[in-house]
Design a protein around this ligand. Structure first.
Ligand code: FMN
Length: 139
């Protein structure tokens, strides 16, 4: 099963989650400037909330790589607002990409706010999430 991890980050929080997932699954995480070279049966797309929404580059990545995404799994952080899931869902529906109803979300630090996050517990939780999602697919 081909599992791929891509991320978009401005301040490093999302990269930590992406690298934790990749480490757990024994693969490499790449940022979204790297297009998908082959079809990902499962794509963990790690992204975050900026100005109350998902970044436009993340939406463009989905549109550009839609033929190579089997199942999109959203992983996001935010300092205040909830996850990017609803916005990612809109673009996934528009582009005909299958989006998992399972998602991972945790708090991400913004300057002094939530300064320890993602913390060790968040990292352990995202690793468990990655195992669960990929394990479910194997069943
Ligand atoms: C330019 C900018 C805008 C942000 N806007 C929001 C926002 O509207 N709502 C929110 O909850 N968090 C907001 N945040 C906080 C980020 O969602 C949070 O810090 C996230 O973990 C950043 O991920 P990153 O480190 O991977 O870039 C913003 C952060 C930045 C840098």
């Amino acid at each position: 099963m081909k599992v791929t991890v891509r991320y978009f980050t401005r301040t490093g929080n999302t990269k930590k989650l992406a690298e934790a997932i990749a480490q757990e699954l024994g693969i490499q995480a790449g940022d979204i400037t790297a297009p998908l070279d082959e079809k990902a049966e499962i794509l963990f797309l790690c992204n975050s909330v900026y100005w109350a929404g998902a970044d436009s580059s993340v939406k463009k990545f989905i549109a550009k790589n839609k033929e190579k995404i089997g199942l999109l799994v959203n992983v996001s952080t935010a300092a205040i607002k909830g996850s990017t899931y609803s916005q990612i869902k809109k673009i996934a529906q528009k582009e005909g990409v299958r989006l998992s109803d399972q998602e991972f979300h945790c708090t991400g630090k913004l300057s002094a706010l939530h300064s320890s996050h993602p913390d060790e517990a968040d990292i352990a939780a995202v690793k468990a999430f990655a195992r669960k999602v990929t394990g479910d697919k194997n069943e």
